[in-house]
Design a protein. Structure first.
Length: 737
């Protein structure tokens, strides 16, 4: 089975019921493994078996049920389509205003007797003015209703078309046959369409603002690059850059692609990716990221990643996928939306019958109540409540260098009770240095112990081994290649150097040798100083100790304090010894230490903690990947490995541990906004639908507008409902993390 995932922009959806209908129909296609259609983003994300299903078949299916897919799938085309939609809605709204405003004034003048006794001509004039509003401005509601009913899912368009049509055609019946009544309601039909059109226009504009983060990220990409080919500098379009190209970046210019510095030094502003405002110094050999800004010196770089492989492209994909995914909390709103419109139609019919036949009111009054019920109900607010907040929240995170893989991770993060931190590279810098060398009774000097240890470690990629090698080079020692090398996970290494067996590691590795507890007092002293002690043995005889210290990252102490303020228990999980780990934990204020844990056991420790609480794991290394995957929320430090970042649910683009509490705070703020939106969406409908039905009519002390809700007011309330949900979500852009 060969699976492929695509994201398709969809135009023409008017509410959450439309997205549900598209999703339901796509799931019926043979070979469709997973599909998610998001009304707020107007995208469909499909995972399918390419052996059974083709892209064009998915597109054809979407079009067959009445919706459109732009033929070129890129952000510019999607944005162009959305801008065109806003322009179209603006045009139709003003057409509606041009006819509805004088129509309303004409109706008021007639009601106040300002037009004389003979007003038959007024009714015909009102009909002529209402006609373009009903069937030009409001024509898309009829089209949308037909598409919806054809697909077996009534949407908002059905309610608008029914409500306005009842008022319009009843009024037409009155002027054709006075036996139906005396009063016409053309202005009511026109106001319903125009006010709801205003609401959809404001909603479309507001939804565009929720995509601001994606637009900003897309706009960061450089358009051209200055490439050296055959010794000649040429400016070429960014799409023509290939891996291996030599590129010149002058001060004030953006890095066009990801690359490696081959000449020059400068400071680079990486705030667009990391949220960190302090520029980073770059020199020969350092990696640079596309779209970051060269501040000072001239740089020459070699392109290492271009196009869709760059870090910026990866970030955009992550944000788009997160924004298009459905959070678990949205499922309730989806279920309600699926039965919402049929329920409203039943309630509206019930309202008509109760007031007309039950209460004995005039048919016209009962009809007006029915129209009010139809147009006040708002399924759009339910459909927009969750995804708009997710869009803004994930976009806000991206601006701060916090990338959520999906909306489920964003939702889960606010429930966390325990944060588990890896030590090396997470709490500490991950760049340890040799601080002490203790000589044993074997007669070897400090330099000889260091030379042999560093020669053995030349085959290691462990940070402690690299620190030993670096220290030897700094001392000017001449190293040799080990004849044999074996790394023992979580314990140390065994190597053959100059025909001698050299063993470096912790107590667990050295306990097989005699006198494994040598220099115990020195070991205790060094470990109490938060230093990692590496025991050295040659040919089965302990010869000395090498102490290595890993400095605590700037901000780690403040980060732990902020986690405590959020009510979280903080645990350190490390393969280091208890004494060293406890000293570092004490320095930064960590509650509990799990030390001496082998990489393979880290996931088991997380699983054990999960029996009582929701747990997040924060790490940066390959050996953290299983624990990151096991945790309820895996958080990868972005300065770490690609494996950790791919496994994690949240990626922090900067190595600052303070970003963990920022991610959790963002989750809390987003979930708070979602709950506010859902409370408003449900509360609006639960409160105002009964008012439109007339439950307040017996309370004579209340204002008449509440006792007998006019359809125009109902339409205005419906328009306000959707817009208010989106505007509340946009408040997340200003939240302080």
């Amino acid at each position: 089975m060969s699976e492929k995932q695509i994201t398709l922009p969809i135009t023409g959806m008017s509410c959450a019921n439309c997205s549900n209908a598209v999703e339901r129909n796509l799931k019926k296609l043979e070979g469709m493994a997973q599909v998610n259609v998001n009304y707020a983003t107007e995208n469909a994300t499909c995972t399918f078996d390419t052996a059974l299903l083709k892209e064009h078949e998915i597109i054809d299916k979407i079009k067959s049920i009445g919706y459109n897919v732009p033929t070129v799938f890129c952000e510019d085309v999607e944005q162009t389509a959305r801008v065109a939609e806003v322009k179209k809605q603006t045009y139709l709204f003003w057409i509606g205003v041009v006819f509805t405003l004088p129509l309303f004034m004409l109706s008021m003048s007639r009601d106040f007797g300002l037009l004389g006794a003979d007003t038959a001509w007024v009714n015909w004039l009102m009909f002529m003015m209402a006609l373009p509003v009903q069937f030009y401005v409001g024509w898309e509601y009829y089209i949308g209703s037909w598409k919806s009913l054809k697909n077996g899912a009534a949407n908002m368009d059905v309610l608008v078309a029914m409500g306005s049509s009842v008022a319009f055609f009843y009024s037409l019946a009155v002027i054709l046959n006075p036996a139906f009544g005396e009063h016409v309601y053309f202005e009511t039909a026109a106001m319903i369409i125009t006010l709801i059109k205003l609401g959809k226009l404001l909603e479309a504009r507001a939804k565009n603002q929720t995509r601001a983060a994606i637009k900003k990220l897309m706009g960061l990409q450089a358009k051209t690059a200055r490439v050296i080919r055959d010794g000649v500098e040429n400016d070429i379009v960014i799409e023509s850059v290939v891996v291996g190209d030599m590129i010149v970046i002058r001060p004030g210019e953006k890095m066009p692609v990801d690359g490696k510095v081959i000449e020059g030094h400068s400071s680079v502003d990486e705030s667009m990716l990391t949220g960190e405002s302090i520029p980073v110094q770059k020199q020969k050999g350092d990696a640079v990221i596309g779209a970051t800004l060269n501040k000072q010196g001239l740089l020459k770089i070699e392109a290492t990643k271009v196009g869709a492989e760059t870090a910026l492209a990866h970030i955009i994909r992550l944000v788009q996928e997160a924004q298009g995914s459905k959070a678990p909390i949205q499922h309730l709103a989806d279920k309600v939306s699926s039965i919402f419109v049929p329920t409203i139609i039943i309630l509206a019919t019930f309202t008509l019958l109760i007031w007309w036949l039950g209460a004995g009111f005039d048919f016209t009054e009962a009809m007006i109540r029915m129209v009010a019920v139809l147009v006040i109900a708002c399924p759009c607010a339910l459909g927009l409540a969750t995804p708009t907040a997710i869009m803004v929240g994930t976009g806000k995170g991206a601006e701060q260098g916090i990338l959520f893989k999906n909306s489920e991770a964003l939702e889960q993060a606010h429930k966390l009770k325990v944060i588990v931190l890896d030590k090396t590279g997470t709490v500490t810098t991950g760049h340890p240095t040799v601080t002490d060398i203790i000589v044993g009774q074997a007669g070897l000097s400090e330099n000889e112990i260091l030379r042999l240890a560093a020669s053995a470690e030349r085959g290691s990629e462990h940070p402690l081994g690299e620190a030993i090698v670096q220290s030897a080079y700094q001392q000017g020692l001449s190293l040799v290649e080990p004849q044999k090398f074996e790394a023992i996970s979580g314990q140390g290494i065994l190597a053959t150097v100059e025909q001698q067996q050299v063993v470096l590691g912790n107590q667990r590795l050295l306990e097989t040798f005699e006198k494994a507890d040598f220099f115990q007092s020195e070991i205790n002293r060094l470990e109490s100083e938060a230093k990692t002690v590496i025991r050295v043995a040659i040919d089965n005889q302990p010869v000395g100790l090498i102490a290595v210290a890993d400095t605590i990252k700037e901000g780690s102490k403040e980060a732990v304090a902020e986690m405590h303020r959020l009510g979280l228990q903080v645990i350190m999980l490390t393969g280091d010894n208890q004494a060293t780990a406890s000293a570092i934990a004490k320095a930064v204020g960590i509650d509990r230490v799990l030390a001496g844990v082998l990489p393979d056991d880290k996931a088991n420790e997380i699983k054990h903690l999960q029996k009582e609480h929701l747990v997040a794991m924060v790490g940066d290394g390959i050996n953290d990947a299983p624990a990151l995957a096991q945790a309820d929320v895996g958080i990868a430090i972005g300065t770490g490995t690609d494996v950790a970042m791919e496994t994690a649910d949240v990626t922090l683009m900067r190595g600052d541990l303070r970003a963990v509490s920022q991610a959790i705070s963002l989750s809390k703020a987003t979930m708070r906004t979602i709950k506010q939106n859902l409370f408003w969406a449900f509360g609006y409908n639960i409160l105002l639908i009964p008012i439109a039905m007339g439950v307040l009519y017996p309370f004579t002390t209340l204002p008449w507008m509440l006792r007998f809700l006019h359809p125009a007011l109902a339409a205005g309330a419906m328009a306000f409902s959707s817009v208010s949900v989106v505007m509340n979500s946009l408040r997340l852009r200003k939240v302080q993390l």
